[in-house]
Design a protein around this ligand. Structure first.
Ligand code: NAD
Length: 247
């Protein structure tokens, strides 16, 4: 049995897609959850959708590229809840332009959200986790962090960086009983993927040995396991959840 009772969890990119399902799954397993999103309106929409399911959650929209902004929100959460036990760094954007069309700004934007924002949230919560001598940090990577991809180079580059950050911090923070792991989803049915036509989806599915695209719940369950005490001896791993897709 997994039970996150008395755990306070923060999930970035929690307003939709994989992050929203992680929030829902953690709530179903008794955690107190705070979700982050990019805009106040989308945060309010997600909080309302969950409240209609009878789930209580708080939401914030800090500017993740600004450390001071992130720290202020983390301090506020810590003041209210008294501890922060789980941090899920899930916010991310993708890219698919060829190198010639990719601007320096495109590259910077993707690194800012997918990597620097993760550094900011971790830096802000680690002192609180050290105070408790425990904590769990989970980072959303991607199957492209293992195999690369033939376009949008900033995206796999950022996810390779996520893996480096995960493995290094797992070693740095292990003496404080703070576990740091990554999850690498394969193609997952979020809004973006669901909108693709059948003739695009069908060839993608043929590359996946399990014969289907992941549901957000498939990915959220991996986060749940890694967040729980069932994974108490697991740190510094990058767990692929991709139906054995290898491309
Ligand atoms: P999504 O676009 O549905 O959701 C992205 C989330 O990130 C949203 O909650 C959004 O509010 C947040 N976000 C976007 N820009 C932001 C910004 N500038 N500041 C703060 N928050 C911002 O995406 P998703 O498919 O659910 O992806 C979630 C994570 O999973 C990402 O890190 C993505 O790289 C990774 N991933 C997705 C897939 C997939 O097939 N969907 C596969 C592998 C990895």
């Amino acid at each position: 049995m997994i039970d996150l009772e008395n755990k306070v969890a923060i999930v970035t990119g929690g307003t939709r897609g994989i992050g929203f399902e992680i929030v829902r799954t953690f709530l179903e397993n008794n955690a107190q959850v705070i979700l982050f999103g990019s805009k106040k309106e989308t945060v309010e929409k997600a909080v309302l959708a969950l409240s209609k399911e009878g789930k209580k959650v708080k939401g914030y929209a800090p500017n993740l590229s600004n450390y001071e902004d992130v720290k202020q929100v983390m301090d506020e959460i810590h003041k209210e809840y008294g501890h922060i036990d789980i941090l899920v760094n899930n916010a991310g954007i993708a890219a698919d332009k060829k190198i010639e069309e990719t601007t320096s700004e495109d590259f910077k934007n993707i690194m800012d959200l997918n990597v620097t924002a993760m550094f900011h949230t971790i830096k802000a919560v680690v002192p609180y986790m050290k105070e408790e001598n425990q904590g769990v940090i989970l980072n959303t990577s991607s199957m492209v962090s293992i195999y690369g991809q033939p376009s949008g180079v900033g995206y796999p580059a950022s996810k390779f960086a996520v893996n480096g950050l995960t493995l290094s911090l797992a070693r740095e923070l292990a003496p404080f009983h703070i576990r740091v792991n990554a999850v690498s989803p394969g193609i997952t049915k979020t809004d973006m993927i669901a909108a693709l036509p059948d003739n695009v989806i069908a060839p993608l599915i043929r590359t996946i040995p399990l014969g289907r695209i992941a549901e957000p719940k498939d990915i959220a369950n991996a986060f749940l396991f890694l967040a729980s005490d069932m994974a108490s001896y697991i740190t510094g791993v990058n767990l692929p959840v991709d139906g054995a897709a290898r491309n």
